[in-house]
Design a protein around this ligand. Structure first.
Ligand code: ASP
Length: 328
């Protein structure tokens, strides 16, 4: 029988509690054995308790530990399933996709909107589907949720209360788990699996909004190693001097301080084009890098990861190309 590693990190899927009390991490593996005993008919599972936290507690250091654990243990398994809270699942999936280069086994993240122990929980099906995807799906980091398999570094959490919590608006799904489970081939490998575990977390995400005062942003720049700007539409931000809120000084100062700036869009479909409007062109003239159709999660994580593993002169090229299928 094929072997899978099931790593639990936490999230609603493994929580317990009844309203009006808050949900809290529960005894996950015992609940799995009680509620989904048939999982063992699909594969021989080895349980690994990595953590048991709400995913708001996930941090870059934990991505590194998780990627290291997977890299060290995957040779003994046919793939891995990681149970994770939905709130930061896209960040962890992105991090694993960059840290595990040339991944040669499926690594499938899943979670749930309702705890596994509840009658109407989506956790049971998500777990069965994730195990199926880890056995038969593409050899890359994916997210399995609500009968669909997505590329891990392409997902966004789109719903808090519906079961279809994830979408990958700029990339087709990698699998549909209906009556039949059908999968796409996934990423091509270019060598042996290697671990790139480090990150430089001194990055800031600046979301543009009407009224943003550049004077609030400028003092923090000297403390940053990288900046992601979540701009309007095709990569726009105010540059008019009329009301004193032009963000041009943020871009010029970042360039002076040699801080890489990546521009992504607040829109979920399509990507940034810094040649289309005046502000984008201005950002480009100050050395800003187009994030194309990177999600906000993938852009932040890729920048943190690139800062740790790529020499400064190679960083632009690294960020502009797809290294794990994260941008078109
Ligand atoms: N707050 C939870 C978490 O991210 C939400 C979930 O799992 O759906 O851990």
């Amino acid at each position: 029988m094929r072997r899978l590693l099931l790593v639990h990190t936490g999230g609603t899927l493994g929580m317990s509690g009844r309203r009006p009390h808050a949900l809290k991490p529960g005894a996950f593996f015992r609940t799995v054995r009680q509620r989904v005993p048939e999982l063992t008919k699909l594969a021989q599972l080895e349980f690994e308790l990595f953590s048991n936290v709400d995913s708001c507690e996930m941090q870059p250091e934990l991505w590194t530990r998780l990627a290291t654990l997977l890299h060290e243990r995957l040779d003994d398994f046919d793939g891995a399933v990681i149970t994770h809270g939905t709130d930061t699942l896209s960040d962890t999936a992105s991090a694993l996709s960059f840290m595990l280069k040339n991944l040669d086994k499926p690594v499938v993240l899943t979670g749930a909107q309702r705890p596994l122990g509840e009658v109407r929980s989506d956790a049971r099906m998500n777990l069965i589907d994730a195990v199926t995807a880890a056995l038969h799906g593409p050899k890359e980091v994916t997210v399995c949720f609500d009968s669909h398999l997505f590329r891990g570094n392409r997902v966004r959490k789109v719903s808090i209360a519906e079961y279809d919590a994830f979408d990958s608006p700029n990339h087709p799904v990698l699998g549909v788990l209906g009556v039949e489970a059908r999968f796409q081939p996934g990423l091509a490998r270019k060598g042996r699996r290697t671990l790139w575990p480090n990150v430089v977390p001194d990055v800031f995400l600046l979301r543009i909004f009407p009224g943003l005062d550049p004077a609030l942003v400028l003092p923090m720049l000297p403390r940053l190693k990288g900046l992601v700007v979540e701009a309007y539409g095709a990569g726009n931000f105010p540059v008019s001097k009329a009301l004193g809120r032009s963000l041009e000084p943020v871009f010029s100062e970042a360039q002076r301080l040699k801080i890489p700036v990546v521009v992504v869009s607040q829109a979920h479909r399509n990507g940034v084009d810094l040649s289309l409007y005046e502000s984008g062109s201005l950002a480009r003239s100050y050395g800003a890098i187009s994030g194309g159709d990177l999600t906000m999660s993938a852009a932040v994580v890729k920048l943190m990861h690139g800062l740790a593993h790529v020499a400064p002169r190679g960083l632009r090229e690294y960020l502009e190309r797809s290294v794990a299928g994260e941008r078109s």
